[in-house]
Design a protein around this ligand. Structure first.
Ligand code: UD1
Length: 419
Protein backbone atom coordinates (compact mmCIF):
# COMPACT_ATOMS: atom_id res chain seq x y z
CA UNK A 1 0.00 0.00 0.00
CA UNK A 2 1.30 3.51 -0.83
CA UNK A 3 2.29 6.05 1.75
CA UNK A 4 1.64 9.71 1.20
CA UNK A 5 4.51 12.06 1.98
CA UNK A 6 3.73 15.72 2.59
CA UNK A 7 6.47 18.29 3.22
CA UNK A 8 4.89 21.19 5.04
CA UNK A 9 5.77 24.68 6.07
CA UNK A 10 5.56 26.54 2.77
CA UNK A 11 2.73 28.64 1.39
CA UNK A 12 0.54 27.36 -1.44
CA UNK A 13 0.18 28.97 -4.80
CA UNK A 14 -1.57 27.30 -7.70
CA UNK A 15 -4.72 26.11 -9.36
CA UNK A 16 -6.51 22.73 -9.44
CA UNK A 17 -9.66 21.39 -11.09
CA UNK A 18 -12.29 19.79 -8.84
CA UNK A 19 -13.24 16.19 -9.68
CA UNK A 20 -16.83 14.99 -10.04
CA UNK A 21 -18.67 14.31 -6.77
CA UNK A 22 -18.34 10.85 -5.21
CA UNK A 23 -21.66 11.15 -3.39
CA UNK A 24 -23.37 12.11 -6.61
CA UNK A 25 -21.89 9.52 -8.96
CA UNK A 26 -22.66 6.55 -6.67
CA UNK A 27 -26.48 6.96 -6.64
CA UNK A 28 -26.39 7.93 -10.32
CA UNK A 29 -24.57 4.69 -11.14
CA UNK A 30 -27.32 2.82 -9.26
CA UNK A 31 -29.89 4.85 -11.22
CA UNK A 32 -28.44 3.67 -14.54
CA UNK A 33 -30.10 0.31 -13.75
CA UNK A 34 -33.46 1.94 -14.46
CA UNK A 35 -32.61 3.00 -18.00
CA UNK A 36 -33.07 1.22 -21.30
CA UNK A 37 -30.25 2.78 -23.29
CA UNK A 38 -26.67 3.86 -23.03
CA UNK A 39 -25.76 6.33 -20.30
CA UNK A 40 -22.64 8.40 -20.72
CA UNK A 41 -21.42 9.94 -17.47
CA UNK A 42 -18.94 12.77 -17.91
CA UNK A 43 -16.77 14.20 -15.16
CA UNK A 44 -16.91 10.80 -13.52
CA UNK A 45 -14.23 10.60 -10.80
CA UNK A 46 -11.80 7.67 -10.83
CA UNK A 47 -12.31 6.37 -7.30
CA UNK A 48 -12.24 3.08 -5.45
CA UNK A 49 -15.97 3.38 -4.66
CA UNK A 50 -16.72 4.03 -8.35
CA UNK A 51 -14.74 0.89 -9.28
CA UNK A 52 -16.76 -1.06 -6.68
CA UNK A 53 -20.04 0.26 -8.17
CA UNK A 54 -18.87 -0.71 -11.66
CA UNK A 55 -18.15 -4.23 -10.38
CA UNK A 56 -21.68 -4.37 -8.92
CA UNK A 57 -23.17 -3.22 -12.25
CA UNK A 58 -21.13 -5.79 -14.19
CA UNK A 59 -22.06 -8.49 -11.66
CA UNK A 60 -25.71 -7.74 -12.47
CA UNK A 61 -25.00 -8.20 -16.19
CA UNK A 62 -24.65 -4.56 -17.28
CA UNK A 63 -21.80 -3.34 -19.43
CA UNK A 64 -19.64 -0.48 -18.19
CA UNK A 65 -16.46 0.90 -19.69
CA UNK A 66 -14.28 3.98 -19.39
CA UNK A 67 -14.05 6.13 -22.48
CA UNK A 68 -11.12 8.50 -22.14
CA UNK A 69 -10.09 10.14 -18.87
CA UNK A 70 -13.35 10.77 -17.11
CA UNK A 71 -16.26 9.40 -19.12
CA UNK A 72 -17.96 6.20 -18.03
CA UNK A 73 -20.42 4.51 -20.40
CA UNK A 74 -22.99 2.19 -18.79
CA UNK A 75 -25.58 0.07 -20.53
CA UNK A 76 -28.11 -1.69 -18.32
CA UNK A 77 -30.16 -3.26 -21.13
CA UNK A 78 -28.28 -6.55 -20.67
CA UNK A 79 -29.12 -6.79 -16.93
CA UNK A 80 -29.50 -10.45 -16.03
CA UNK A 81 -29.37 -10.73 -12.23
CA UNK A 82 -30.84 -9.16 -9.13
CA UNK A 83 -28.35 -10.27 -6.45
CA UNK A 84 -25.22 -8.48 -5.21
CA UNK A 85 -22.60 -10.73 -3.61
CA UNK A 86 -21.52 -10.20 -0.02
CA UNK A 87 -17.95 -9.51 -1.13
CA UNK A 88 -19.11 -6.63 -3.36
CA UNK A 89 -21.43 -5.27 -0.66
CA UNK A 90 -18.52 -5.23 1.78
CA UNK A 91 -16.30 -3.28 -0.60
CA UNK A 92 -18.51 -0.24 -0.44
CA UNK A 93 -20.64 0.82 2.51
CA UNK A 94 -23.02 2.83 0.38
CA UNK A 95 -23.92 -0.19 -1.75
CA UNK A 96 -27.40 -0.24 -0.11
CA UNK A 97 -28.22 2.47 -2.64
CA UNK A 98 -28.57 -0.29 -5.27
CA UNK A 99 -31.54 -1.83 -3.45
CA UNK A 100 -34.25 0.57 -4.63
CA UNK A 101 -33.05 0.52 -8.23
CA UNK A 102 -32.76 -3.29 -8.46
CA UNK A 103 -36.22 -3.70 -6.92
CA UNK A 104 -37.73 -1.19 -9.34
CA UNK A 105 -36.10 -2.86 -12.32
CA UNK A 106 -36.41 -6.57 -11.40
CA UNK A 107 -39.24 -6.82 -8.87
CA UNK A 108 -36.85 -8.57 -6.50
CA UNK A 109 -33.39 -8.09 -4.98
CA UNK A 110 -30.93 -9.93 -2.78
CA UNK A 111 -28.22 -7.99 -1.00
CA UNK A 112 -26.27 -8.59 2.18
CA UNK A 113 -26.68 -6.10 5.01
CA UNK A 114 -24.11 -3.28 4.63
CA UNK A 115 -23.30 -3.37 8.36
CA UNK A 116 -21.31 -0.73 10.26
CA UNK A 117 -18.28 1.22 9.13
CA UNK A 118 -15.39 3.22 10.54
CA UNK A 119 -17.80 6.06 11.43
CA UNK A 120 -19.94 3.78 13.61
CA UNK A 121 -23.24 1.98 12.94
CA UNK A 122 -24.82 2.70 9.53
CA UNK A 123 -28.46 1.66 9.97
CA UNK A 124 -30.71 1.39 6.90
CA UNK A 125 -34.03 1.09 8.76
CA UNK A 126 -35.42 4.19 6.99
CA UNK A 127 -34.52 2.75 3.58
CA UNK A 128 -36.29 -0.51 4.44
CA UNK A 129 -39.42 0.99 5.99
CA UNK A 130 -39.79 3.34 3.00
CA UNK A 131 -39.46 0.46 0.53
CA UNK A 132 -41.97 -1.56 2.56
CA UNK A 133 -44.38 1.38 2.38
CA UNK A 134 -44.10 1.21 -1.42
CA UNK A 135 -45.13 -2.45 -1.27
CA UNK A 136 -41.83 -4.35 -1.00
CA UNK A 137 -41.69 -7.48 1.13
CA UNK A 138 -38.32 -7.56 2.85
CA UNK A 139 -36.96 -10.42 4.92
CA UNK A 140 -33.78 -9.28 6.64
CA UNK A 141 -33.01 -12.35 8.69
CA UNK A 142 -29.43 -13.65 8.86
CA UNK A 143 -27.68 -10.56 7.49
CA UNK A 144 -29.14 -11.00 4.00
CA UNK A 145 -31.91 -8.84 2.60
CA UNK A 146 -34.37 -10.87 0.52
CA UNK A 147 -36.67 -8.37 -1.15
CA UNK A 148 -39.71 -8.96 -3.33
CA UNK A 149 -41.88 -6.36 -4.97
CA UNK A 150 -43.75 -7.64 -8.00
CA UNK A 151 -45.59 -4.33 -8.03
CA UNK A 152 -44.48 -1.14 -6.29
CA UNK A 153 -47.21 1.40 -5.56
CA UNK A 154 -46.47 5.10 -5.09
CA UNK A 155 -47.59 6.76 -1.84
CA UNK A 156 -46.57 9.37 0.72
CA UNK A 157 -43.55 8.46 2.86
CA UNK A 158 -42.42 10.54 5.82
CA UNK A 159 -38.76 10.18 6.81
CA UNK A 160 -38.20 10.69 10.55
CA UNK A 161 -34.74 12.10 9.79
CA UNK A 162 -33.38 13.45 6.51
CA UNK A 163 -31.22 10.50 5.45
CA UNK A 164 -29.37 11.12 2.18
CA UNK A 165 -29.18 7.44 1.26
CA UNK A 166 -32.81 6.70 2.15
CA UNK A 167 -34.04 9.70 0.12
CA UNK A 168 -32.04 8.51 -2.90
CA UNK A 169 -33.02 4.86 -2.56
CA UNK A 170 -36.70 5.79 -2.37
CA UNK A 171 -36.44 8.16 -5.34
CA UNK A 172 -35.04 5.27 -7.41
CA UNK A 173 -37.63 2.73 -6.23
CA UNK A 174 -40.39 5.30 -6.85
CA UNK A 175 -39.36 5.61 -10.52
CA UNK A 176 -40.50 2.00 -10.91
CA UNK A 177 -43.69 2.37 -8.85
CA UNK A 178 -47.07 3.14 -10.33
CA UNK A 179 -48.54 6.48 -9.34
CA UNK A 180 -46.98 9.33 -7.40
CA UNK A 181 -44.57 8.91 -4.48
CA UNK A 182 -44.01 11.85 -2.15
CA UNK A 183 -41.02 11.75 0.19
CA UNK A 184 -41.54 14.20 3.07
CA UNK A 185 -38.69 15.01 5.45
CA UNK A 186 -36.29 14.33 2.57
CA UNK A 187 -32.59 15.18 2.72
CA UNK A 188 -31.78 18.36 0.77
CA UNK A 189 -28.15 17.81 -0.25
CA UNK A 190 -26.97 19.11 -3.66
CA UNK A 191 -26.21 15.50 -4.65
CA UNK A 192 -29.95 14.74 -4.42
CA UNK A 193 -30.59 17.58 -6.86
CA UNK A 194 -27.93 16.04 -9.14
CA UNK A 195 -29.74 12.68 -8.96
CA UNK A 196 -33.03 14.37 -9.82
CA UNK A 197 -31.38 16.16 -12.76
CA UNK A 198 -29.94 12.87 -14.02
CA UNK A 199 -33.29 11.08 -13.73
CA UNK A 200 -35.00 13.98 -15.50
CA UNK A 201 -32.44 13.78 -18.33
CA UNK A 202 -33.47 10.09 -18.67
CA UNK A 203 -37.15 11.00 -18.98
CA UNK A 204 -38.33 10.66 -15.36
CA UNK A 205 -40.69 13.09 -13.67
CA UNK A 206 -39.03 14.01 -10.36
CA UNK A 207 -39.51 17.35 -8.61
CA UNK A 208 -38.67 18.99 -5.30
CA UNK A 209 -35.07 17.81 -4.79
CA UNK A 210 -33.20 20.40 -2.75
CA UNK A 211 -36.31 20.97 -0.61
CA UNK A 212 -37.71 18.72 2.13
CA UNK A 213 -40.37 17.22 -0.15
CA UNK A 214 -39.46 15.20 -3.23
CA UNK A 215 -42.15 13.89 -5.61
CA UNK A 216 -41.75 11.17 -8.20
CA UNK A 217 -44.31 10.21 -10.79
CA UNK A 218 -43.37 6.60 -11.43
CA UNK A 219 -43.90 4.15 -14.23
CA UNK A 220 -42.31 6.14 -17.06
CA UNK A 221 -39.89 4.30 -19.31
CA UNK A 222 -36.41 5.79 -18.87
CA UNK A 223 -33.92 6.16 -21.70
CA UNK A 224 -30.16 6.72 -21.83
CA UNK A 225 -28.55 10.15 -21.75
CA UNK A 226 -25.27 12.02 -21.51
CA UNK A 227 -24.83 13.65 -18.13
CA UNK A 228 -22.06 15.58 -16.35
CA UNK A 229 -21.59 14.83 -12.64
CA UNK A 230 -21.53 17.91 -10.36
CA UNK A 231 -18.18 18.96 -8.82
CA UNK A 232 -17.33 17.43 -5.44
CA UNK A 233 -18.04 20.01 -2.73
CA UNK A 234 -16.10 18.11 -0.06
CA UNK A 235 -12.99 17.86 -2.25
CA UNK A 236 -13.35 21.61 -2.88
CA UNK A 237 -13.70 22.18 0.88
CA UNK A 238 -10.53 20.12 1.43
CA UNK A 239 -8.43 22.33 -0.85
CA UNK A 240 -9.90 25.54 0.57
CA UNK A 241 -8.92 24.24 4.01
CA UNK A 242 -5.47 23.36 2.63
CA UNK A 243 -5.00 27.02 1.69
CA UNK A 244 -6.29 28.17 5.08
CA UNK A 245 -3.91 25.77 6.79
CA UNK A 246 -0.70 26.45 4.83
CA UNK A 247 -1.47 30.04 3.82
CA UNK A 248 -1.14 31.28 0.26
CA UNK A 249 -3.40 31.72 -2.71
CA UNK A 250 -5.27 28.99 -4.63
CA UNK A 251 -7.87 28.81 -7.35
CA UNK A 252 -10.25 25.82 -7.58
CA UNK A 253 -11.74 25.41 -11.04
CA UNK A 254 -15.34 24.18 -11.17
CA UNK A 255 -15.85 24.56 -7.37
CA UNK A 256 -19.26 26.08 -6.62
CA UNK A 257 -19.72 28.27 -3.58
CA UNK A 258 -23.48 27.79 -3.43
CA UNK A 259 -22.78 24.18 -2.35
CA UNK A 260 -20.19 25.22 0.21
CA UNK A 261 -21.47 28.36 1.86
CA UNK A 262 -21.33 27.04 5.44
CA UNK A 263 -17.68 26.06 4.94
CA UNK A 264 -16.66 29.31 3.23
CA UNK A 265 -18.48 31.29 5.97
CA UNK A 266 -16.22 29.73 8.64
CA UNK A 267 -13.08 30.22 6.53
CA UNK A 268 -13.97 33.91 6.01
CA UNK A 269 -14.45 34.26 9.77
CA UNK A 270 -11.02 32.71 10.19
CA UNK A 271 -9.58 35.48 8.02
CA UNK A 272 -9.45 33.95 4.52
CA UNK A 273 -10.45 36.05 1.57
CA UNK A 274 -12.72 34.00 -0.71
CA UNK A 275 -13.97 35.07 -4.12
CA UNK A 276 -16.38 32.91 -6.03
CA UNK A 277 -17.33 33.20 -9.68
CA UNK A 278 -18.63 31.21 -12.64
CA UNK A 279 -15.25 29.54 -13.16
CA UNK A 280 -14.55 28.49 -9.58
CA UNK A 281 -13.44 29.73 -6.17
CA UNK A 282 -10.27 31.64 -5.24
CA UNK A 283 -9.00 31.63 -1.67
CA UNK A 284 -6.23 33.73 -0.12
CA UNK A 285 -4.98 33.19 3.39
CA UNK A 286 -2.23 35.38 4.86
CA UNK A 287 -2.04 34.74 8.57
CA UNK A 288 -2.82 32.26 11.33
CA UNK A 289 -6.58 31.57 11.44
CA UNK A 290 -8.64 33.80 13.72
CA UNK A 291 -11.07 32.42 16.30
CA UNK A 292 -14.37 31.22 14.78
CA UNK A 293 -17.82 30.57 16.22
CA UNK A 294 -18.60 26.95 17.22
CA UNK A 295 -19.00 24.62 14.24
CA UNK A 296 -21.94 22.21 14.52
CA UNK A 297 -22.48 19.52 11.91
CA UNK A 298 -26.05 19.12 10.65
CA UNK A 299 -27.96 17.88 7.61
CA UNK A 300 -27.72 20.18 4.56
CA UNK A 301 -27.93 23.20 4.47
CA UNK A 302 -26.09 22.90 7.81
CA UNK A 303 -22.34 22.39 8.15
CA UNK A 304 -21.40 19.06 6.47
CA UNK A 305 -20.13 16.29 8.72
CA UNK A 306 -17.81 15.28 5.87
CA UNK A 307 -15.94 18.61 6.23
CA UNK A 308 -15.62 18.50 10.03
CA UNK A 309 -12.21 16.76 10.24
CA UNK A 310 -10.85 18.79 7.34
CA UNK A 311 -11.83 22.15 8.84
CA UNK A 312 -10.53 21.07 12.24
CA UNK A 313 -7.14 20.38 10.62
CA UNK A 314 -7.14 23.88 9.10
CA UNK A 315 -7.75 25.49 12.50
CA UNK A 316 -5.05 23.71 14.52
CA UNK A 317 -2.94 26.89 14.57
CA UNK A 318 -5.83 29.27 15.23
CA UNK A 319 -5.26 32.24 17.54
CA UNK A 320 -7.48 30.94 20.36
CA UNK A 321 -9.87 28.00 20.63
CA UNK A 322 -12.21 26.38 18.09
CA UNK A 323 -15.18 24.28 19.20
CA UNK A 324 -16.70 21.48 17.10
CA UNK A 325 -19.91 19.56 17.71
CA UNK A 326 -20.42 16.37 15.65
CA UNK A 327 -24.12 15.55 15.42
CA UNK A 328 -24.29 13.11 12.50
CA UNK A 329 -22.04 10.14 13.29
CA UNK A 330 -20.92 8.61 16.58
CA UNK A 331 -17.37 7.84 15.69
CA UNK A 332 -16.13 10.81 13.79
CA UNK A 333 -13.23 12.08 15.90
CA UNK A 334 -10.82 9.25 15.18
CA UNK A 335 -8.46 11.63 13.36
CA UNK A 336 -7.93 13.59 16.61
CA UNK A 337 -5.31 11.19 18.00
CA UNK A 338 -3.34 11.29 14.75
CA UNK A 339 -3.46 15.11 14.61
CA UNK A 340 -2.10 15.05 18.19
CA UNK A 341 1.05 13.32 16.89
CA UNK A 342 1.72 16.43 14.84
CA UNK A 343 1.52 18.66 17.90
CA UNK A 344 -2.19 19.59 17.77
CA UNK A 345 -3.99 20.24 21.08
CA UNK A 346 -7.52 18.83 20.90
CA UNK A 347 -9.78 17.73 23.74
CA UNK A 348 -12.73 15.47 22.94
CA UNK A 349 -15.69 14.99 25.23
CA UNK A 350 -18.66 13.10 23.80
CA UNK A 351 -19.78 14.85 20.64
CA UNK A 352 -17.69 17.98 21.33
CA UNK A 353 -14.06 18.63 20.41
CA UNK A 354 -12.15 21.73 21.45
CA UNK A 355 -9.05 22.75 19.50
CA UNK A 356 -6.62 25.00 21.33
CA UNK A 357 -4.55 26.70 18.66
CA UNK A 358 -0.80 26.05 18.77
CA UNK A 359 1.96 28.16 17.26
CA UNK A 360 3.74 25.27 15.58
CA UNK A 361 2.96 21.82 14.21
CA UNK A 362 5.62 19.29 13.29
CA UNK A 363 5.75 16.49 10.73
CA UNK A 364 5.06 12.99 12.08
CA UNK A 365 4.29 9.42 11.08
CA UNK A 366 0.51 9.09 11.08
CA UNK A 367 -2.19 6.79 9.69
CA UNK A 368 -5.56 7.39 8.07
CA UNK A 369 -8.49 6.29 10.22
CA UNK A 370 -11.18 6.98 7.60
CA UNK A 371 -11.65 8.86 4.32
CA UNK A 372 -12.09 12.45 5.55
CA UNK A 373 -9.85 11.87 8.58
CA UNK A 374 -7.11 10.95 6.08
CA UNK A 375 -7.68 14.13 4.08
CA UNK A 376 -7.49 16.09 7.36
CA UNK A 377 -4.00 14.69 7.99
CA UNK A 378 -2.89 16.08 4.61
CA UNK A 379 -4.36 19.49 5.45
CA UNK A 380 -2.59 19.56 8.81
CA UNK A 381 0.70 18.30 7.31
CA UNK A 382 0.81 21.34 5.01
CA UNK A 383 1.05 23.59 8.07
CA UNK A 384 3.59 21.40 9.88
CA UNK A 385 7.34 21.87 9.81
CA UNK A 386 9.14 18.96 8.18
CA UNK A 387 7.87 15.79 6.60
CA UNK A 388 4.68 13.90 7.42
CA UNK A 389 4.39 10.26 6.43
CA UNK A 390 0.76 9.16 6.06
CA UNK A 391 -0.04 5.43 5.92
CA UNK A 392 -3.25 3.43 5.30
CA UNK A 393 -4.03 5.77 2.43
CA UNK A 394 -6.52 3.39 0.81
CA UNK A 395 -9.17 5.27 2.81
CA UNK A 396 -8.28 8.47 0.92
CA UNK A 397 -8.52 6.66 -2.45
CA UNK A 398 -12.22 6.09 -1.77
CA UNK A 399 -12.94 9.76 -2.26
CA UNK A 400 -10.00 11.56 -3.90
CA UNK A 401 -8.77 10.71 -7.40
CA UNK A 402 -5.20 11.72 -6.55
CA UNK A 403 -4.82 14.04 -3.59
CA UNK A 404 -1.02 14.27 -4.04
CA UNK A 405 -1.44 15.38 -7.68
CA UNK A 406 -3.96 18.04 -6.65
CA UNK A 407 -1.87 19.33 -3.75
CA UNK A 408 1.16 19.59 -6.04
CA UNK A 409 -0.95 21.58 -8.52
CA UNK A 410 -1.67 23.92 -5.60
CA UNK A 411 2.04 24.34 -4.96
CA UNK A 412 2.55 21.82 -2.14
CA UNK A 413 5.24 19.18 -1.90
CA UNK A 414 3.26 15.93 -1.78
CA UNK A 415 4.01 12.56 -3.35
CA UNK A 416 3.23 8.87 -3.10
CA UNK A 417 5.87 6.45 -1.88
CA UNK A 418 5.31 2.81 -2.82
CA UNK A 419 6.09 0.18 -0.22
C1 UD1 B 1 -24.30 10.24 3.05
C2 UD1 B 1 -22.94 10.47 2.44
C3 UD1 B 1 -21.88 10.64 3.54
C4 UD1 B 1 -22.31 11.72 4.52
C5 UD1 B 1 -23.72 11.47 5.04
C6 UD1 B 1 -24.26 12.59 5.92
C7 UD1 B 1 -23.10 9.22 0.36
C8 UD1 B 1 -22.61 8.07 -0.45
N1 UD1 B 1 -22.60 9.33 1.61
O1 UD1 B 1 -24.23 9.01 3.76
O2 UD1 B 1 -20.65 11.01 2.92
O3 UD1 B 1 -21.41 11.74 5.62
O4 UD1 B 1 -24.63 11.31 3.92
O5 UD1 B 1 -24.24 13.79 5.24
O6 UD1 B 1 -23.85 10.05 -0.10
N2 UD1 B 1 -29.70 6.92 9.59
C9 UD1 B 1 -30.58 6.12 10.29
N3 UD1 B 1 -31.34 5.21 9.58
C10 UD1 B 1 -31.25 5.10 8.23
C11 UD1 B 1 -30.35 5.93 7.53
C12 UD1 B 1 -29.59 6.84 8.24
O7 UD1 B 1 -30.67 6.20 11.51
O8 UD1 B 1 -31.96 4.26 7.65
C13 UD1 B 1 -28.87 7.92 10.32
C14 UD1 B 1 -27.37 7.65 10.21
O9 UD1 B 1 -26.92 6.75 11.18
C15 UD1 B 1 -26.77 9.03 10.39
C16 UD1 B 1 -27.83 9.95 9.78
O10 UD1 B 1 -29.02 9.19 9.72
O11 UD1 B 1 -26.63 9.33 11.75
C17 UD1 B 1 -27.48 10.48 8.41
O12 UD1 B 1 -27.19 9.39 7.56
P1 UD1 B 1 -27.45 9.42 5.99
O13 UD1 B 1 -27.86 10.79 5.59
O14 UD1 B 1 -28.32 8.28 5.62
O15 UD1 B 1 -25.98 9.15 5.45
P2 UD1 B 1 -25.59 8.27 4.20
O16 UD1 B 1 -26.60 8.41 3.13
O17 UD1 B 1 -25.19 6.92 4.67
Amino acid sequence: MSQLIVKGGSRLEGEAGIQGAKNSVLPILAATLLTAGQVELRGCPRLRDVDASVRILKGLGCTARWEGEDTLAVDARSLSGCAVSEALMREMRSSAIFLGAILARCGQAELSYPGGCELGPRPIDLHLSGLRALGAEIDDAGGVLHCKAPRLQGRKIVLSLPSVGATENLMLAACGASGVTTIAGAAQEPEIVDLQDFLTACGANVTGAGTSTVSVEGGRPLHGCTYTIMPDRIVAATYLCAAASAGGEVFLRRAREEHLSTVTAVLREAGCSIRAGEEGIACTSRERPAVVRPVRTAPYPGFPTDAQAILMAALLKCRGAAVFEENMFENRYRHVGELGRMGAKIQVSGRTAVVTGVERLHGATVRCTDLRGGAALCVAALAAEGETEISETSHIARGYEDIARDLRALGAEAFWREH
